[in-house]
Design a protein around this ligand. Structure first.
Ligand code: FES
Ligand SMILES: [Fe+2]
Length: 404
């Protein structure tokens, strides 16, 4: 993030702190709870988001060198992502062209060749079929058209994205992430140098709540002084945040208590990752949070058969100058990252499961998003717009007061 932008945002946070205010969405919204329950909607999400929108596979250094690979089964489509011998990021359907078995079972590793465990057909890192055992028995198969099915893939600003539809195409002159990142994130992300950050910790939680309830927990700081009063609230000012949006993009700035000392330093020394926590949302299910030691990547995936369950992945990547050299620092940072993930599991997602119980029981037909929760307004409005649904309705606050 450009330093002048950092200064402006820190000044905005200080103004809120001094005035006892926070961001204001301008009103209250009514959020229908069937969004967390409805199987037909869940099916549309899977089809229109999780099979039709580029999906984040990680950061560049998840594939650190030629021959690196990773597999991903989170989207209902088995994916094999590779960095080929020329360093090019590629992705394929992880399904053998003989009879469809997964050619690679490991989560990650390094391989120049992928040998299907079933009958040992062999593919190279570009997906080409390079070996068929006993062709004299099997018959003549045209190798040139039996390579692994390629998926559109793009590595940009240190992020790895794959389009999870093998039939997807790109308009001429367009690249995969042009729309998803927009001009805003496309300009701001390079300043974080995600491409240099190394994977350090990975946590995954299967939780009894809809994937959007998981996303929602990241969408406001109103709850910090309550739910996180013994954890995150020690490091953050609760209920003080910024929200900026553009089309489907938005960025939150959460306010850390370090701002109280930083604001007295010369502006040249201000650092947004010390005074605050930037939170970028990449629609529909990915959150990127750069902070002073590295970056958190959070992804939420719907359960394929139960709208009331989801899988969250919380990965932490560390800046290279802090990693590897000193085991004590590495252990210290690993502990911080695991602790952060455990707070999400033990505090936020416990709330998510309890919200889900009410929604699944049909106990509440709607919940309420407040003025200080604009990210939730924007996120769900975006979600609804992409599915062709009406925006969330506004609530007349006097009616709310009367209803009490
Ligand atoms: S299914 Fe892969 S070699 Fe037969
Ligand atoms: Fe939280």
């Amino acid at each position: 993030m450009r330093h002048d932008v950092q200064v402006r945002l820190i000044e905005q946070l200080c103004a809120h702190l001094d005035a006892g205010t926070t961001v204001d969405a301008g009103g209250l919204r009514r959020m229908p709870t069937d969004s967390y329950v409805d199987p037909a909607l869940a099916e549309r999400e899977r089809r229109e988001f999780f099979r039709a929108v580029p999906q984040c596979m990680g950061l560049s250094r998840d594939l650190p060198e030629p021959g690196s690979f990773l597999t991903n089964d989170d989207l209902g489509l088995p994916i094999l992502a590779t960095r080929d011998v020329d360093g090019v990021f590629r992705a394929f359907v992880n399904a053998c062209r003989h009879r469809g078995a997964k050619v690679e079972l490991a989560e990650r590793g390094n391989a120049r060749r992928f040998t299907c465990p079933f009958h040992s057909w062999v593919y190279d890192g570009t997906g080409e079929l390079v070996g068929v055992p006993r062709p004299d028995h099997f018959g003549d198969v045209d190798r040139s058209c039996h390579g692994l099915r390629p998926l559109l893939a793009e590595e940009r600003h240190g992020l790895l994205f794959v389009h999870p539809d093998p039939d997807a195409t790109l308009e001429p002159g367009r690249r995969l992430l042009d729309h998803l990142l927009g001009t805003w994130f496309d300009e701001e992300f390079p300043t974080w140098h995600f491409e240099r950050m190394q994977p350090l910790t990975r946590d995954a939680y299967d939780t009894a709540c809809n994937w959007k309830l998981a996303m929602d927990t990241f969408g406001e700081t109103y709850h910090f002084s309550s739910l996180h009063k013994n954890t995150l609230f020690n490091g953050f000012h609760g209920n003080v945040q910024l929200h900026d949006e553009q089309d489907h993009l938005h960025r939150m700035i959460l306010c850390k208590r370090n701002i109280d000392t930083m604001r007295h330093l010369p502006e040249e020394q201000w650092d947004i990752t010390v005074a605050a926590l930037p939170v970028y949302w990449i629609f529909p299910n990915t959150i990127v949070m750069p902070f002073d030691a590295g970056v958190f990547l959070v992804r939420a995936y719907p359960n394929p058969s139960d709208p009331a369950r989801h899988l969250s992945r919380i990965d932490f990547y560390v800046k290279p100058d802090l990693d590897g050299l000193n085991p004590a620092v590495e252990e210290f940072l690993s502990d911080i990252a695991h602790n952060f993930a455990e707070i999400i599991r033990d505090e936020d997602y416990v709330m998510g499961a309890s919200q889900q119980a009410a929604a699944s029981a049909g106990a509440l037909d709607h919940v309420v998003f407040g003025r200080n929760e604009p990210t939730l307004h924007h996120y769900h409005d975006t979600y609804r717009r992409w599915l062709g649904l009406d925006p969330l309705p506004w609530i007349d606050e006097r009616d709310t007061a009367a209803a009490r």
